[in-house]
Design a protein around this ligand. Structure first.
Ligand SMILES: [Fe+2]
Length: 173
């Protein structure tokens, strides 16, 4: 995520099953890489529809990718955000302070992957229903919406991003 001061929203009932499933994964205390895959499995099972956001929230922000915090775990172990990408919006190249899981709810997220020398090493297009999980190291990437339609994705991070401010460890551009 690379957005500023997202507002915290009340937990929607449709998120409850997802929160419970992620909490069960966290309590197993697996390593980050395994946790990312298990949380990705949980998100595949409990992927909400874009209706979890209001139409106004789904419109996004003309100036930057918009973030809406949907849940923060009381012990700071994870948080769930929705990100809205208008056409052309992109993140900077960055890596992460913890494991991340991303599921696309609407539109297409285009991801560019980089090695530690910032050589491009791959791209991936994720469509509605696609879920992926990853953990540092080797997690340098950039996300952009290179389509003409707004994209909506759900992001789960292994920390409370409202406390630490961002999920990004470092920006490279
Ligand atoms: Fe990221």
């Amino acid at each position: 995520m690379a957005t500023s001061s997202p507002a915290v929203l009340a937990t929607s009932p449709s998120l409850t099953d997802l929160v419970v499933a992620v909490r069960q994964v966290i309590e197993a205390r697996a390593n980050w890489a395994e946790t990312a895959q298990l949380v990705a499995d949980a998100l595949r099972t409990h992927l909400p529809s874009p209706d979890i956001l209001t139409p106004d929230q789904r419109r996004g922000d003309p100036d930057r990718a918009a973030g809406h915090v949907l849940h923060t775990e009381h012990d700071g172990s994870f948080s769930i955000l929705a990100l809205i990408w208008r056409p052309g919006q992109t993140t900077r190249i960055h890596d992460h302070i913890t494991w991340c899981v991303v599921g696309v709810l609407a539109g297409v997220e285009h991801e560019e992957l980089f090695d530690e020398d910032l050589n491009a090493i791959g791209t991936r297009d994720s469509h509605p229903g696609d879920v992926s999980g990853f953990a540092p190291p080797g997690d340098i990437h950039r996300i952009l919406n290179n389509t003409t339609e707004t994209a909506v994705s759900l992001h789960i991070y292994g920390t409370d991003v409202t406390r630490v401010g961002t999920s990004a460890r470092r920006f490279y551009n």
